[in-house]
Design a protein around this ligand. Structure first.
Ligand SMILES: Cc1ncc(COP(=O)(O)O)c(C=O)c1O
Length: 224
């Protein structure tokens, strides 16, 4: 039984409503539209935002009709219902008319997991744990965190990633769902190079081959 199924059972036993926050991991992030689909649970409320608006301000609360006491139009406010966001959100849902996006996510997820596994395997003297699903992944750097250093180095190298975890010890990967496999691989190369650079500076041993990125061979142009 998965932890979500266990929580759903506890909620049922104690007559507690189950709310799923799918703000970050919904809309395909984990490989299905809702993150909880594979577990088969039926939440009472679901929060959706971020990707549902395609970059525009949009958030939704889905409520099981059996417990929904709101009347249509009752929950109003000055800035509710941004028109442009509704149009963008409608366009986002077009991606779910067929399996193209879902297959694309599954293919890219395979690339991510195999590359992260390779990186993790090479970090023999600085063990990390990797975890994630679909297009949301984390590299946990453990008790002596160097995740922030990697994010800074990656940024210098043209890749924007952030940290998460209680002590900011996790390097968090959230690539765009529509990213091409080629761009994804460029990002993973930069990540690997940034980890190697940070750990080399920390005098740790990591036997990675550091690829040279195309733009590193370019001569800077002087703008007068
Ligand atoms: C999973 C999750 N839930 C809730 C929120 C909070 O959303 P808001 O920015 O509207 O407070 C965020 C914001 O990053 C989030 O990632």
């Amino acid at each position: 039984m998965t932890y979500k199924q266990r929580i759903a059972n506890i909620c049922k036993q104690h007559d507690v409503l189950l709310i799923i926050d799918d703000i970050q991991v919904g809309n395909g992030r984990t490989g299905t539209f809702f993150s909880f689909e594979p577990s088969g649970i039926k939440p009472d409320l679901v929060c959706l935002s971020k990707a549902i608006g395609g970059g525009f301000p949009m958030s939704l609360v889905l409520i099981n009709p059996d417990i929904d006491i709101w009347q249509p139009g009752q929950h109003t406010g000055t800035f509710r219902g941004n028109n442009l966001a509704f149009v963008a959100s409608r366009a986002v849902l077009e991606y779910w008319r067929d399996d193209v996006l879902i297959n694309h996510i599954a293919d890219n997820a395979k690339t991510i997991v195999s590359r992260l596994q390779q990186i993790s395997d090479k970090l023999t003297s600085t063990p990390v744990s990797i975890r994630g699903k679909g297009m949301v992944w984390g590299i946990d750097t453990g008790d002596t965190p160097w995740a922030s250093d990697v994010c800074k180095k990656a940024f210098e190298n043209g890749l924007m990633i952030e940290t998460s975890g209680a002590n900011d010890q996790v390097i968090k990967l959230l690539p765009p769902l529509t990213i091409s496999n080629e761009d994804l691989c460029i990002g993973l190369d930069i990540l690997e190079r940034s980890i190697a650079s940070v750990l080399t500076n920390r005098q740790s041993v990591m036997s990675v081959s550091v690829p040279t990125m195309p733009w590193q061979t370019l001569t800077p142009v002087q703008v007068s």
